[in-house]
Design a protein around this ligand. Structure first.
Ligand code: PLP
Length: 384
């Protein structure tokens, strides 16, 4: 038999071994790891809703009414009135034509690509796109072309050379490991000029990013809608929404094709109705409680201001995802261990999640953090 243990020892030797750390508490500002209460700066629960008393009560009532399981895939009997209501609300929020609820963000990307792909489809992607988009394409017969990170002249050069078939430009709206934005206005015009579709994964913008308008917070709300032209938009419920699951909104025929043809949608048990119903209430809660987003943005500002004063070198980011490049995986892991000893949980992001030598500390800020929490984190970061 092939000796897999060599692969695992190599990972350990090079500092790329990944350890799962069981959390023995709800996801919140503090979590309990190895019997120790630590200040949590790793969660994508940007609005602090994963342990919200309000949503826990909603969930309890929904479970009482709809049970805990969905029983089957959506096309059999797993699709409920709760899914339908959630899809209708999402269509209104995104101002796109139609929506389908999916099981996770990973499956939404894999499932969307699966439904549309065949051999004359070419998918052009930013090199820093989330793994689900890259891997989702590799699993199909479609051609994958990657352009340099946020380098739109590279994209233009590459797309102009594609002579046949359907062209799809697919990007993260907010890059999950750097917190940077894609320029959706620029990408919309490149798509238009080249007769291509534009797909946008907004896992880290949905529920998070806000301009001064009354729109639901998302990457879409940062633009004048006449300036952007999105054919498919993916959002997740496991991050700012605080729960689990995802959706694809977009052009009516694309969404219909996912329902008719996407294998991950057709052949997998549906999200439980109780969860879908709780997601719906979470969206309404986010819309009605604008203070959550204000607090989050205030925390991002405070974090960056103090870091600047203390000469802590952060990468550019206006989102809750803040990073410090360390570069060496073994050193990075040691920093994470000493942070835990100091009662702070930060994440060591290493290759292959980021390119080699770009291993980084990823800090997730949430609206639950206090100024004191942020000062405590920065005090630690100053010592590394
Ligand atoms: C950009 C992006 N898309 C998709 C996903 C996957 O979403 P989910 O965790 O709901 O599977 C993630 C997860 O981190 C992500 O960062």
């Amino acid at each position: 038999m092939f000796d897999y243990s060599n692969i695992i020892s190599e990972l350990r030797k090079d500092g790329y071994y990944r350890e799962r750390m069981p959390v023995n508490s709800p996801q919140d500002r503090y979590v309990v790891i190895k019997n120790k209460k630590v200040l949590n700066f790793t969660s994508n629960d940007y609005l602090g809703l994963a342990n919200s008393n309000y949503l826990k009560d909603v969930f309890y009532k929904k479970v009482k009414k709809y049970g805990v399981g969905s029983g089957s895939s959506p096309l059999i009997s797993g699709y409920s009135s709760q899914h339908k209501e959630l899809e209708q609300e999402l269509t209104q929020l995104t101002k796109l034509d139609s929506t389908v609820v999916m099981n996770s963000g990973y499956l939404a990307n894999v499932g969307l690509i699966n439904a549309l792909s065949d051999k004359d489809v070419v998918i052009l992607q930013d090199k820093m796109n989330h793994n689900s988009i890259i891997e989702g394409t590799r699993l199909t017969k479609s051609q994958l072309i990657r352009f340099h990170h946020k380098n739109y002249s590279d994209l233009s050069e590459k797309i102009e050379k594609v002579k046949c078939g359907l062209k799809i430009i697919y990007v993260d709206a907010v890059f999950s490991m750097t917190g940077e934005f894609s320029d959706l206005k620029k990408l919309s015009s490149i798509a238009r000029e080249n007769n291509a579709l534009l797909f946008v994964d907004d896992a880290h913008g949905f529920g998070v990013l806000k301009n001064n308008s009354k729109n639901f917070p998302s990457s879409l709300s940062m633009y004048n809608r006449d300036d952007i032209n999105i054919d498919a938009y993916i959002g997740t419920f496991g991050k700012a929404v605080g729960i689990f699951g995802s959706f694809i909104s977009g052009n009516k025929d694309i969404v219909e094709l996912v329902i008719q043809k996407s294998k991950p949608y057709i052949y997998s048990t549906a999200l439980p109705a109780s969860l879908a119903g709780t997601v719906l209430e979470s969206l309404r809660y986010i819309k009605n409680n604008t203070s959550l987003n204000k607090k989050l943005n205030r925390n991002i500002k405070i974090f960056r201001e103090i870091a600047k004063k203390e000469n802590i070198k952060l990468q550019e980011s206006e989102t809750p995802i803040q990073t410090i490049i360390v570069g060496e995986p073994i050193r990075l892991k040691k920093i994470q261990e000493s942070a835990l000893k100091a009662g702070i949980f930060i994440q060591a992001i290493r290759y292959p999640t980021v390119p080699k030598n770009n291993d980084l500390i990823r800090i997730s800020l949430t609206s639950n953090h206090s100024t004191k929490d942020i000062e405590r984190l920065l005090y630690f970061l100053k010592t590394i």
